[in-house]
Design a protein around this ligand. Structure first.
Ligand SMILES: *Cc1c(COP(=O)(O)O)cnc(C)c1O
Length: 487
């Protein structure tokens, strides 16, 4: 398997899965994609239907990472996708059968002739779907670094979900340290406690006296200091990481098998979307031959993607036009994985992708409405919609009353938009991206009660916390990293 850049540089060079695992953007600023998508045969699809999650993950990942010996990859997936790690299932699970499925499918009911269900992706350590990929990344990093005798210092900024998923994935891993910047006193008590209560010596929480954007600016400034970056082996785990995307392909297959009786059926997926990482994995599953009818892109008030899929216009938002909403993990001004889909939409023409994303930088966007390419969006199965705070409050209340199920704000956006795209006879699977406890304020507003809290999280906020408060100052953060990377 060879990987290429969406912007075409280095065509003719070879990049394996391991080559791009620890890196970010390609050197021309593009994103990596496989030179060809592997196709899944009917025989394989039949055989995969009954596999465990870990073994399905092995089958799918091995098509993208033929440079990792099969026995090593199988050990990695079996170590990652265990009932112990994905144990926070919400229904009664005395036998452990639900946790063993890793991503159980919960059927809500039939609406407009379509069976509506939730694919639970948030049963991992941090109660958000980012664990699905990040846990694998932790094991892949440890494996690859050990093989080459290297170390890596991950530097990131977080306002919640990504940072905690990264820390729980990397804690205790050999050769890896995590320096995670978060805005001091700006996260919810639950999210703060989730991160700061980690006592592992390779995890460093830095509480920056500022807002999330200050944290992000510091990470950018450090990453642009190439000498510092090389000396201290600084890396990232952001959403453009290819291994994260490909790990997410697995649960589209798992969800498809759970929602159908046979491989002749088709299924639609509704995906709460921000940076287009999750739904990009759905697109790849469809390109591999999984019988997906529609990929429903659901946004919140930050509707960059909905606007594109309705009109063909991609227009990134300025800071003042980027809203803080009650589904905060979808509050984006541009969708960092979107270029991967645009590459396929344009028939994999890197020169045009380069031009379009230059237009994004110089003019703030591009318009494909008039070109024949936009009409092809439908061939790729994409439809979209947006949701507002009032919509998500309604959806949370409605699902609770009708189906006795509590959903979080992001999943509520997915469900709201899913309902606008139901087709009789085609199951609609909404991806559940977080558990309600993470976004308690809106649950209290919608339901006038406290969110459900998995038993293992009782008393979380009272645990001792370990973090360092620093001013929003690049040099101070660099000094902190330098002081804690000696061996
Ligand atoms: C990150 C996140 C999303 C958005 O996923 P993308 O891959 O960025 O589209 C949605 N919901 C939750 C809870 C998240 O943490």
């Amino acid at each position: 398997m060879n990987y290429i850049s969406t912007r075409g540089a280095g065509a003719g060079e070879r990049h394996t899965f391991s080559d791009i695992l620890l890196g970010g953007l390609a050197k021309d600023g593009g994103l990596y994609l496989p030179a060809d998508y592997p196709r899944v045969s009917a025989d394989e699809l039949a055989r995969w239907r009954t596999l465990s999650y870990a073994d399905l993950a092995f089958e799918i990942l091995s098509k993208f990472s033929d440079d990792i010996p099969a026995e090593d990859l199988r050990a990695l997936t079996r170590r990652t996708y265990t009932a112990q790690t994905y144990c926070h299932v919400r229904d009664d699970d005395a036998s452990g059968a639900l946790a063993a499925q890793i991503t159980p499918l919960k059927t809500l009911g039939v609406e407009n002739g379509a069976t509506l269900s939730l694919l639970e992706l948030s049963n991992g350590p941090t109660l958000a779907f980012k664990d699905m990929a990040m846990q694998l990344l932790g094991n892949l990093f440890e494996y690859t670094l050990a093989k080459h005798g290297e170390t890596l210092n991950i530097l990131g900024a977080t306002s919640g979900d990504t940072g905690s998923a990264a820390e729980y994935a990397m804690r205790g891993k050999q050769g890896v340290r995590v320096f995670m910047l978060s805005p001091h006193l700006k996260m919810s008590a639950f999210q703060t406690a989730q991160m700061y209560s980690l006592q592992d010596p390779n995890i460093f929480n830095v509480a920056v006296e500022g807002v999330f954007d200050d944290c992000q600016d510091i990470v950018k400034a450090v990453s642009n200091d190439h000498a510092f970056k090389a000396q201290y082996k600084i890396g990232t785990v952001n959403s453009i990481n290819w291994a994260r995307v490909v790990a997410q392909v697995v649960y589209y297959f798992k969800g498809y098998f759970a929602a159908t009786q046979s491989n002749d059926e088709r299924v639609s997926f509704a995906v709460p979307s921000g940076n287009f990482g999750n739904v990009c994995a759905g697109h790849i599953a469809r390109m591999m031959g999984l019988p997906i009818e529609k990929l429903v892109v659901a946004t919140n008030e930050n509707d960059v993607l909905d606007e594109f899929f309705r009109t063909g216009i991609y227009r990134v938002r300025k800071a003042a036009e980027t809203y803080h909403t009650s589904s905060p993990s979808m509050d984006i001004s541009k969708a960092s994985n979107f270029e991967r889909f645009v590459f396929d939409l344009l028939g994999r023409d890197p020169a045009r992708v380069l031009q379009l994303f230059r237009d994004v930088e110089e003019k703030g966007g591009f318009d494909l409405a008039a070109s024949g390419d936009f009409a092809r969006v439908q061939q790729f199965g994409f439809v979209s919609g947006r949701s507002s705070h009032a919509d998500r409050v309604d959806a949370i209340r409605d699902v609770f009353e009708r189906y006795d199920t509590m959903i979080d704000t992001h999943t509520a956006d997915g469900l709201k938009v899913a309902r606008e795209h139901l087709q009789p006879g085609i199951p609609m699977v909404v991806l559940e991206t977080a558990q309600p406890i993470k976004f308690g304020e809106t649950i209290r507003e919608a339901l006038l009660r406290e969110p459900e809290r998995p038993a293992a999280f009782a008393g979380l906020e009272a645990l001792p916390q370990r973090f360092e408060v620093l001013p929003a100052d690049v040099q101070r953060v660099k000094d902190f990293v330098a002081a804690h990377t000696g061996d």
